[in-house]
Design a binder for this molecule. Structure first.
Ligand code: COA
Length: 226
């Protein structure tokens, strides 16, 4: 595991402090200028404050990434990409993404909106539900995709000191089975099926209509002819 650099810790601390200050300032302004909020008691203010913390945090994350995007490829030690990953992306996971996604309280239709807010590209009629999509900004999911319970998409590579990012592409009509794990750089073609419990190794290309299963996943058939 790599060390988080001092500069990354400093930038992360500045960003999160700015988010806290912005949250408190917005809360203060809302209570001052919105008549129906001025009467709000302590617990209502806390709820609004928590909402603002997350909303402003996610907006800040997306804004920063618009200027300093995470690119596909190696995250070399000391590089500006590593700094964005350590100072912005990791803290966004720890302080915003994990508490929202892992709380288990989000209804499935809302998971779609939340993942999109974090930058995932998800087309119509595909709902993440209770799967786990790491680094949503690096994931594209087509239409009518079934994502099984506890399936996991992992577009980052963190293997000791080797860190990299490789987008995952899931095409229209794909089924990702329950508990399947799809690793970095994988693409799954139209209508393909990843079997329950499969582990799809990095950079695997699954062609349209194929069925892949096992650990590591291999082609075990074709849709309609297993
Ligand atoms: C892979 C899958 C599509 C195969 O289903 P099927 O077409 O009915 O095929 P069968 O169950 O008859 O199995 C056919 C072969 O695939 C193998 N197989 C089945 N499920 C497998 C799995 N999860 N992993 C590895 N191999 C599997 C069987 O052992 C069998 O192999 P064999 O021909 O060598 O004996 C199905 O088992 C599966 O995993 N579906 C995922 C469902 C899911 O999680 N959906 C998401 C819900 S939202």
């Amino acid at each position: 595991m790599r060390k988080i650099s001092v500069l990354a810790r400093l930038v992360a601390t500045l960003w999160l402090s700015a988010n806290l200050a912005l949250t408190l300032a917005t809360l203060w302004a809302a209570k001052r200028y919105l008549p129906y909020l001025s009467e709000a008691g302590g617990s209502s203010s806390a709820v609004i404050g928590v909402f603002l913390w997350f909303a402003l945090g996610v907006a800040g994350y997306r804004l920063i990434l618009a200027f300093f995007p995470l690119r596909s490829g190696e995250l070399r030690e000391g590089s500006s990409q590593e700094l964005v990953f350590q100072a912005i992306h990791l803290p966004s996971n720890f302080f915003f993404f994990d508490p929202i996604i892992r709380c288990g309280l989000l209804p499935t239709p809302l998971t779609r909106l939340v993942y999109k807010a974090f930058g995932a590209r998800i087309a119509a009629n595909s709902y993440p539900g209770h799967c786990m999509i790491f680094d949503p900004v690096l994931v594209r999911i087509g239409r009518n995709v079934s994502l099984g319970h506890q399936a996991t998409l992992v577009p980052h590579v963190i293997e000791g000191n080797h860190w990299a990012l490789h987008p995952i592409e899931i095409d229209d009509g794909v089924t990702i089975g329950v508990n399947a794990i799809v690793l970095a750089g994988v693409s799954v073609g139209k209508g393909a099926v990843v079997a329950a419990g499969a582990v799809v190794a990095k950079f695997t290309r699954i062609a349209p209509g194929e069925i892949w299963g096992g650990l590591p996943a291999r082609r075990i058939g074709f849709v309609g002819s297993v």
